[in-house]
Write a protein that binds this ligand. Structure first.
Ligand SMILES: O=C(O)[C@H]1CSC(c2nc3ccc(N4CCCCCC4)cc3s2)=N1
Length: 436
């Protein structure tokens, strides 16, 4: 009965122990020892944040959150555009098992109210830019205890900035040498709640466990499906951190010690200038930006000799656009990944040595896929289109407080329905055809 079920290969490295918070802590502690090792660079302001800064601030912030009264039953929200501070509350929460829910920084108050109604966060970490909307929403929701403005040191209008929150709640005798992330059951503890409309219209809360997340950490280090682990490797990303694609790729990059150049708004000239000036080796794009580069007249003006890969995700990428961009950047291949919010991150990824034009890749380690005939439920063989199903430890725990919607998408054997029509070729490379 394993007929026509496609399994990913063994992981290159065995799955590491510990929660996602413990694994992140170990990685940051390691890179913090490399003097001057840069973690993040703001592509707009050129400001840098070092691994040792992130390590120190996240440990102090975790201690502050604990003293504020948060624990593994608590949820915090992050509502911010891409910036250098975005991951500080996220990582601090991972250390102590506080659940993080990330909401779209472009959302209206009504959309924010709907999302917060699902997750009921007690503290909202926002930016100067989102503060006004968050303050209005807070006045309507009694379970929100306070707001912290992450890209402001001292805060304003009676609310703390990141530094003033820490100096107010961190142990006065805090010594980082004594700080340790909490240990808890990584399979059950919810690390994130992300929002997805799934196969219906209404936004639901997707529960991602620490176990789901450490599988992403493992895959991003896999030489075939991810990147080589060379600290300081420059990566450029414009993917919104608030969405699964940007959140889990960037967290993965931090566990690899990469130098991540970030943008909060896409500007073509700046993007190309950053690729050149920082000798970027890999960059993440979405298909709309791939199409823009397919038509761009600026590419010839820059030197991309260090660029090894362009990787696309977040939506299907046409073979034509992929080929045009590959040639224009004189690359051997453009890599693709396919994932759903419900599968944490990419569950199909082009293996870097075997990229087929138009294919979104092969099944990642420790997962399985099958293509099902929607008329009779039979599992199909190669080159026969049907509905894609997935199974494995990146499949979400379920939808927040919505057992009915969960059982509608994950069956009793743990197979998740994708809602996408696809086929695979004789060598198990997958091709997405359409949305159901
Ligand atoms: O389409 C979606 O709803 C979102 C949910 S999470 C997601 C993806 N996550 C990832 C994570 C990584 C990648 N990569 C592109 C392929 C090259 C190697 C890995 C990076 C592609 C994707 S697409 N797509």
């Amino acid at each position: 009965e394993h007929e026509n079920i496609l399994f990913g290969p063994k992981p290159f490295y065995p799955i590491a122990d510990g929660t996602a918070g413990e694994q992140m802590y170990d990685a940051l502690k390691e890179y913090a020892k490399i003097a001057g090792c840069i973690a993040l660079t703001d592509g707009h302001t050129k400001e840098n944040v070092l691994y040792e800064d992130i390590f120190k601030v996240t440990c102090r912030l975790a201690n502050s959150l604990t003293n504020y009264g948060l624990d593994t039953n608590s949820t915090i929200a992050i509502c911010s555009e891409n910036n250098l501070q975005f991951f500080l509350p996220v990582i601090a929460a991972l250390y102590i098992g506080v659940t993080v829910t990330s909401v779209n920084d472009k959302y209206s108050e009504r959309e924010l109210l709907h999302n917060f109604d699902i997750t009921k966060p007690s503290v909202i970490f926002c930016s100067v830019q989102t503060f006004k909307r968050i303050l209005t929403v807070k006045t309507k929701l009694k379970y929100i205890k306070t707001i912290v403005i992450i890209n402001h040191n001292n805060g304003f209008q009676g609310y703390h900035g990141l530094n003033s929150f820490i100096s107010n709640y961190c142990d006065s005798d805090f010594d980082i040498k004594n700080f340790k992330p909490n240990s808890f059951d990584r399979s059950n503890q919810i690390a994130f709640v992300m929002y997805s409309s799934g196969t219906t219209g209404l936004a639901k809360g997707v529960m991602i466990s620490h176990k789901n997340l450490i599988l992403r950490f493992s895959i991003c280090k896999d030489p075939t499906f991810g990147n080589q682990i060379n600290p300081t490797t420059p990566i450029l990303t414009v993917i919104p951190f608030q969405h699964s694609f940007g959140m889990f790729t960037t967290l993965g990059y931090l566990t690899c010690g990469f130098r991540i150049i970030i943008m909060h708004t896409f500007e073509e000239r700046l993007f190309l200038q950053l690729l050149q000036d920082y000798k970027v080796e890999s960059t993440l794009l979405v298909p709309t930006l791939m199409s823009l580069f397919a038509k761009s007249s600026l590419i010839e003006n820059y030197d991309f000799s260090h660029l090894k890969e362009i990787a696309s995700g977040g939506a299907p990428l046409s073979k034509e656009i992929s080929e045009i961009v590959r040639k224009r950047f004189t690359l051997d291949f453009v890599r693709q990944g396919y994932g759903l919010t419900e599968t944490t991150s990419a569950i199909l990824i082009t293996p870097d040595t075997d990229v087929r034009a138009g294919s979104t890749g092969k099944v990642v380690p420790l997962h399985a896929a099958k293509v099902v005939d929607i008329s009779n439920g039979r599992i199909l063989g190669p080159n026969q289109p049907g509905e894609l199903y997935f199974k494995g430890d990146m499949i979400m725990k379920g939808y927040c407080n919505n057992a009915e919607a969960t059982s509608a998408i994950i069956d009793k054997d743990g197979w998740l329905r994708s809602g996408d029509i696809a086929y695979y070729d004789e060598d198990a490379h997958f091709y997405i055809i359409d949305r159901l």
